[in-house]
Design a protein around this ligand. Structure first.
Ligand SMILES: Cc1cc2nc3c(=O)[nH]c(=O)nc-3n(C[C@H](O)[C@H](O)[C@H](O)COP(=O)(O)OP(=O)(O)OC[C@H]3O[C@@H](n4cnc5c(N)ncnc54)[C@H](O)[C@@H]3O)c2cc1C
Length: 409
């Protein structure tokens, strides 16, 4: 349970990144070394704790977990291959939550590469800081991994076939983040042709050169894991995932698809919210009474420093023809940023002509926490005045929110 997030995703990657982040703050205060093996031990311990927690929760809820591979037989029957036989289950409603997996492009030598699994699973293969690493793919997984490895002394090269990294995020915002990131060589508009062994190292052959490193990480994206039986039932899907409406229903009324498998917002907290939406709509008799709002889902890029955003951002507002304004707080003047010696970045609240907050982003100290309050404003239709009138604690990172809003009140 909590498969990807706990086995090789959110929890283990952040157990490492949070430790490295603290190290990056403390190393400014004197001679200070950390032992990566100890960080890995800590990560494994956190994973174990959370697996145990989940097992207890499931047990307390009286849920039955069956280990096996499920396929859809018809719109009421699921068949599970348990390895020792098959079992059939009949249900009025079905939720598909089969997630996503690492996409491995068809490149000669891709079997020589490692993935997030090798960094973040329990007892991971990569339990040391590689001297040098080539990361194929400049999406969030590659850039987060490269960011902490660089702080720990790895020579990091990121290869991206598009003309910039973090391509799904707004260019203007990424352009503000990039100069703040730890040192990484980024090669854009560059395509990997093949990977081969080169003495005791690996050689990545590109359309425009080659790179030699100890380790090559494949972080070229993720793809939905589609269960067997979708075509027979006529359930519609694309390469991004199973098509659903915002009540999480597929085109077959009693079959829902939640989480990464629908590709809408492949994040743990989105998967959780979508599952609750599906459950509410099922309990209402397949009548939509609850909806998922992708615009209210915050995203944090756990680089060091972090970038977080939610809702409609300036370039998107422009594209949609929404008249919008920005309330900006300079993190260089923030007390907690100064305390943590992270004196850079900004908070930006995006609001419309009615002064309603429609989105926002944060770069720098505590970004991933601050964004939650902006997300609440977006989802509940709160305005700039609501933030301006809030007395956020001092000295805490959230006080930038009322400071930004007060510029207009
Ligand atoms: C390196 C990394 C870092 C990440 N960091 C973050 C983060 O910081 N924050 C965040 O919000 N998200 C993060 N994510 C994404 C997050 O892990 C996913 O969004 C989340 O796990 C999706 O949950 P899910 O339930 O949809 O799918 P999953 O967690 O993938 O679970 C799907 C389950 O279905 C099972 N399954 C598949 N097919 C079948 C079948 N036919 N029969 C039976 N079982 C089947 C799978 O084995 C799996 O157990 C990260 C992911 C990665 C890889």
């Amino acid at each position: 349970m909590s498969r990807n997030c706990l086995s090789e995703g959110c929890v283990p990657s952040k157990a490492i990144i949070e430790s490295v982040h603290k190290y990056s703050i403390l190393k400014n205060l004197g001679e200070f070394n950390i032992d990566y093996k100890k960080i890995i031990e800590h990560k494994d311990k956190v994973q174990k704790l959370r697996y145990d927690d989940h097992a207890r929760e499931l047990n307390d809820a009286g849920l039955k977990i069956l280990k096996g591979t499920a396929k859809l037989i018809d719109d009421n029957i699921v068949e599970v291959d348990t390895g020792t036989g098959t079992e059939r289950y009949r249900a009025e409603n079905i939720i598909i939550g089969t997630g996503a997996d690492t996409f491995i492009p068809k490149i000669n030598g891709s079997e020589l590469t490692v993935t997030s699994h090798d960094f973040y699973s329990m007892n991971p293969k990569i339990n040391y800081v590689p001297r040098d690493i080539t990361i194929i793919g400049g999406g969030y997984i590659g850039v987060e991994t490269g960011s902490f490895l660089s702080i720990l002394g790895s020579k990091v090269t990121i290869i991206e076939m598009l003309d910039r990294i973090l391509e799904s995020m707004e260019t203007d915002i990424i352009d503000k983040l990039i100069p703040l990131l730890p040192n990484m060589d980024v090669k854009t508009s560059s395509e990997v042709k093949s990977i081969e062994k080169y003495n005791d190292k690996l050689k990545v052959i590109l359309n425009d050169g080659e790179i030699i490193s100890d380790v090559v990480m494949m972080a070229a994206g993720r793809h939905p894991v589609l269960p067997e039986g979708l075509d027979d039932l006529g359930i519609k899907y694309t390469k991004h995932g199973i098509n659903v409406n915002m009540s999480m229903q597929t085109n077959v009324k009693n079959i829902y698809a939640t989480g990464d498998v629908n590709g809408i917002t492949p994040l743990f907290h989105a998967a959780k919210r979508q599952s609750i939406v599906a459950a509410n709509n099922i309990m209402a008799g397949n009548v939509p009474v609850d909806y998922f709002d992708p615009l209210a889902v915050p995203f944090t890029l756990y680089t060091i420093p972090q970038l977080a955003y939610v809702g409609i951002l300036p370039a998107q507002a422009e594209k949609l023809g929404i008249e919008h304004h920005e309330a900006v707080y300079d993190m260089k003047k923030d007390s907690l940023a100064e305390i943590n010696n992270e004196i850079y970045g900004e908070i930006c609240l995006v609001f419309d002509n009615r002064m309603k907050i429609i989105g926002g982003y944060v770069i720098g100290n505590d970004a991933g926490n601050i964004i939650n309050e902006i997300a609440l404003c977006v989802s509940k239709g709160l305005g700039l005045r609501d933030l301006a009138e809030m007395s956020h604690q001092h000295p805490m990172s959230f006080e930038g929110l009322d400071s930004a809003a007060r510029k207009f009140y």
